[in-house]
Design a protein around this ligand. Structure first.
Ligand code: FEO
Length: 399
């Protein structure tokens, strides 16, 4: 049984801290630091439960709840998001308290009914609606497309707590729950990785929602997201980071993402990096082999870069599969404001650079040149050309 953790006099964490989780969304997203499925019990004169946990922990979750409350005393369930990591214990819970109203958005009717095929007692809410617990109340704020159509936030006025659904979340397991009880750089990296890999396609929604929430000038003592730490000491930092991340984010960084068969493309990558370094611009250059580096960490580095160089040799008239996978992710995430070019070795045919360039362009990156090819293994002259290519690339980027 997982423990419950008191957050305020009236708010108790009843979620699951999952130290063992190493992948999420099937195996699509790496979670090297674990995660947590945050659920909260909020008591006034009435009692509300915010979210549940992922289905494998349903029995633990219901047992945890039973250890602190008679389930029949739960007056309301608030479902901030229909995704299974937060709604997966609803079937087990609703067997115990089948008539309890579930507050959610109109969109969640589709996701929750579509997943569980139950016609529970749904009550739909929209931005500005309130739920009175007696002595304190929730105000609902829709968070459409952050990152599903059904996302919802709620603000507990008396306690000044914002329950922010997946927004501001991180896949990290922190036993003590708070942002000041763990290495902040690791928390922020996971928040950025979460944003880069999950929220990026909806950046314009994130930007607008942040503006909307900030314009409300709500006093916020705690931000309780649906994953990872509760923000209490670094609320300003995570709000500022979300503002930056949702606005064509880039650091002074270039990453060179490549794969290689017999090291020719690797030698090109290293020579190009040398050329970029020769120009002494201060830009950080990161070399990432796409078949040896976690794909979600690569995406996070691309998110943090102002420009990307994609490299692959030609194989079977195409590119190596790890690069195809990365470029497919980049296409789906729709990064904005980033520049790109391609390079690669070949024996005959030599289609890879054209294919990489076309993929990058289709993904919305600005192509700065036609790329560079080297036949067979690069000799000293070819390596010098790669160095020159790197020097010219950084000049283009700095324009
Ligand atoms: Fe954490 Fe989108 O569910």
């Amino acid at each position: 049984m997982d423990r419950s953790i008191k957050i305020t006099d009236n708010v108790t964490f009843v979620g699951k801290i999952d130290h063992e989780l190493r992948s999420f969304h099937g195996d699509e997203l790496s979670t090297f630091r674990g995660s947590s499925y945050n659920a909260y019990l909020v008591r006034g004169e009435k009692t509300a439960l915010i979210d549940t946990v992922w289905a494998p922990f349903a029995d633990e979750f219901v047992d945890t709840l039973k250890s602190i409350i008679d389930l029949n005393e739960i007056d309301y369930i608030i479902s901030l998001h229909g995704e299974i990591d937060h709604s997966g214990s609803l079937p087990a819970l609703m067997k115990e308290i089948p008539d309890t109203p579930i507050y959610c958005t109109v969109s969640a009717l589709s996701s929750l009914r579509g997943m569980y095929h139950q016609d529970w007692n749904f009550v739909t809410v929209k931005t500005g609606d309130k739920l009175d617990l007696g002595g304190k109340s929730f105000t609902f704020i829709e968070a459409k497309m952050l990152h599903w159509p059904d996302n919802l936030m709620c603000y507990l006025d008396d306690e000044q707590v914002l329950f922010s659904t997946d927004v501001f979340g991180q896949h990290i397991s922190v036993s003590e729950l708070y942002d000041d009880t763990y290495d902040l750089s690791e928390i922020m990296y996971e928040a950025k990785k979460y944003y880069a890999n999950i929220i990026t396609p909806y950046a314009k929604f994130a930007k607008a929602k942040l503006s909307e929430v900030l314009a409300l000038s709500l006093p916020i003592k705690l931000i309780c997201p649906s994953h990872g730490v509760i923000w209490r000491s670094h609320i300003k930092d995570i709000l500022e980071n979300y503002q930056k991340w949702s606005d064509d984010y880039q650091e002074d960084q270039i990453c060179i993402v490549y794969d290689t068969m017999w090291n020719s493309t690797r030698m090109m990558a290293e020579a190009i990096a040398q050329g970029i370094g020769n120009m002494n611009t201060g830009v950080t250059v990161k070399l990432l082999n796409s078949s040896k580096t976690d794909k979600n960490d690569i995406i996070t580095e691309i998110f943090s870069s102002k420009a990307v160089l994609f490299g692959s040799p030609t194989v079977n008239r195409s590119i190596l599969s790890s690069m195809a996978s990365i470029l497919d992710l980049v296409n789906g995430l729709k990064f904005t404001g980033k520049k790109a070019a391609a390079f690669g070795s070949y024996g005959w045919g030599g289609e890879s650079v054209k294919i990489l360039t076309e993929h990058a362009e289709k993904a919305g990156l600005e192509i700065v040149n036609e790329g560079m090819r080297v036949q067979w293994a690069p000799d000293e002259e070819a390596l010098q050309q790669c160095i020159k290519f790197g020097e010219n690339f950084i000049k283009e980027i700095m324009k």
